[in-house]
Design a protein around this ligand. Structure first.
Ligand SMILES: *Cc1c(COP(=O)(O)O)cnc(C)c1O
Length: 365
C-alpha cells in the first residue's frame, strides 16, 4: 500500500525520513542488539538519547539558561491541571484568554485550584479570531493563552505583554513551526503528537523561578514540576521510545533550517491554501485574516442549507480519502473540513489537496 497524505490534527504525519531511520534501528539500536523500546531508561545506551533530545530542544528553540526542559506524560490535559497547581500559589488567581475549546478546557480545570478571570474572549464570533490584548495588569499568578487553536485554526500573531506576570502558553499545535521567543514566557508546553513525534510525551519548558517546593496542597508528587526537574525527567520511567522519536524529529527540523526553516516552509504551504480558499467560488476559510494558523486550516463549502452542507462535507471527506488524502474531517465539535499541515506535511501534499478540491468543486457545483 502506498503512503497517503495525512492531514490529521494529531497524532499526525511524521517526516518519512524519521520513520525510515526508526525502522532501520528497530531491531538493533547502534550495535546494542536491542530496540530502544526494550532498553532500561537508566542504561548507558539510553542516557545519550534523552540528553540529545533535550539538547536539541534547547538549541532549536533557543531556550535560555534559566529554563528547564522536561519530558512528561499525561498530555496537554495534565498541563491544564499542573499549571494552576504549581503556579497558582501566591495570589491564587489567574487570567485566561478564551480562544476556544482548548483554552476553555484549561480554564475549567484551573477553576478547581485558583480564581480565574477571563480577561478576553473570541466567543462572540465563534472563536474565529484572536482577541487583541496589548497589556495585562492585575493581581495574577499567571496569564494563560492557547497560542494556536488546533480546532478553529486560529493563531496569535503577537505575544501579549504581561509585564512581570508570568505568561503561560499551550503551544501543542505550533511548537517549532516558527521561531518563538521563550524569554517572553514563564512556561510553555506541548503534547508531542502534533509537531514533534508520536503521542505519549509532553514537552514542558519552565522558568527556574516558577519551580516550587510548595504547590497547591494535596498536589501529587507526579504533578509537581520540581519532582521532574530533580529527576531529570526520569523520576519514574519516562516514555523512552517517544523521546527517542522526538530527538529524531528535532534532527530533521535542524537539517531543514530549524525554526526559521520551518516558518518559511509553513508559510509557503499555508499561503497556497488560504489563497486558494479566499479566491474560490466554492469554498471558504472559516478564520479571520490576521488570526490564521499556519498549521490547522478549517474550511467549508459555500453551501448554505445545513443538511445539504453536511452531506457535501461527508462526500468530500470520503472521496478525498479514496484519493489518498486522509483525515480531512473537521473536529467532531465543529464539523466541516480541516487540513492540518504541520511541519512534516510536504508542499506536495498541499498542492495535491488543492487539486482535489478543484476537481471536487467542479463535479459538485
Ligand atoms: C491536542 C491539544 C491538546 C490536548 O492534548 P492531549 O495530549 O490530548 O492531552 C491541548 N491543547 C492543544 C492546543 C491541542 O492541540
Amino acid at each position: 500500500m502506498a503512503r497517503v497524505f495525512n492531514y490529521s490534527a494529531g497524532p499526525s504525519c511524521l517526516p518519512e525520513e524519521v520513520l525510515q531511520q526508526a525502522a532501520l534501528e528497530m531491531m538493533d539500536y547502534q550495535g546494542t542488539g536491542q530496540s530502544v523500546m526494550e532498553m532500561s531508561h537508566r542504561s548507558a545506551a539510553y542516557k545519550p538519547i534523552i540528553a540529545h533530545a533535550e539538547e536539541q530542544v534547547r538549541k532549536l528553540m533557543k531556550v535560555p539558561e534559566n529554563y528547564k526542559i522536561l519530558f512528561l506524560q499525561g498530555g496537554g490535559f495534565t498541563q491544564f491541571a499542573m499549571v494552576p497547581m504549581n503556579l497558582g500559589i501566591h495570589k491564587k488567581k489567574a487570567a485566561y484568554i478564551n480562544t476556544g475549546i482548548w483554552a476553555s478546557k484549561a480554564l475549567k480545570e484551573a477553576k478547581k485550584y485558583v480564581d480565574v478571570d477571563v480577561i478576553a474572549s473570541s466567543e462572540d464570533r465563534n472563536y474565529s479570531y484572536i482577541p487583541r490584548v496589548e497589556k495585562v495588569t492585575g493581581d495574577y499568578d499567571y496569564v494563560y493563552i492557547c497560542f494556536n487553536n488546533t480546532i478553529k485554526g486560529t493563531h496569535y500573531e503577537y505575544i501579549p505583554d504581561t509585564g512581570s506576570i508570568p505568561l503561560v502558553a499551550d503551544i501543542s499545535s505550533c511548537i517549532l513551526s516558527e521561531p518563538l521567543d521563550i524569554s517572553k514566557f514563564g512556561l510553555v508546553f506541548a503534547g508531542a503528537q502534533k509537531n514533534l513525534g508520536p503521542a505519549g510525551v509532553t514537552l514542558v519548558i519552565i522558568r527556574d523561578d516558577l519551580i516550587t517546593d510548595t504547590p497547591v496542597e494535596g498536589t501529587p508528587t507526579m504533578l509537581t514540576y520540581k519532582t521532574h526537574v530533580e529527576g531529570g525527567s526520569m523520576f519514574n520511567t519516562p516514555p523512552c521510545y517517544c523521546i527517542y522519536m522526538v530527538g529524531k524529529v528535532l534532527d530533521w527540523i535542524e537539517k531543514n533550517g530549524g525554526a526559521e526553516g520551518m516558518l518559511k516552509r509553513n508559510q509557503e504551504k499555508a499561503q497556497l491554501l488560504y489563497d486558494y480558499l479566499d479566491n474560490s467560488p466554492y469554498y471558504h476559510a472559516t478564520t479571520e485574516k490576521g488570526s490564521r494558523s499556519l498549521m490547522n486550516v478549517p474550511f467549508l463549502t459555500k453551501e448554505t442549507d445545513p443538511e445539504k452542507a453536511e452531506a457535501i462535507n461527508k462526500k468530500f471527506v470520503s472521496e478525498a480519502a479514496k484519493a489518498g488524502l486522509v483525515n480531512l474531517a473537521g473536529h467532531r465539535t465543529v464539523g466541516g473540513m480541516r487540513a492540518s499541515i504541520y511541519n512534516a506535511m510536504p508542499l506536495e501534499g498541499v498542492k495535491k489537496l488543492i487539486a482535489f478540491m478543484e476537481t471536487f468543486a467542479k463535479e459538485n457545483l
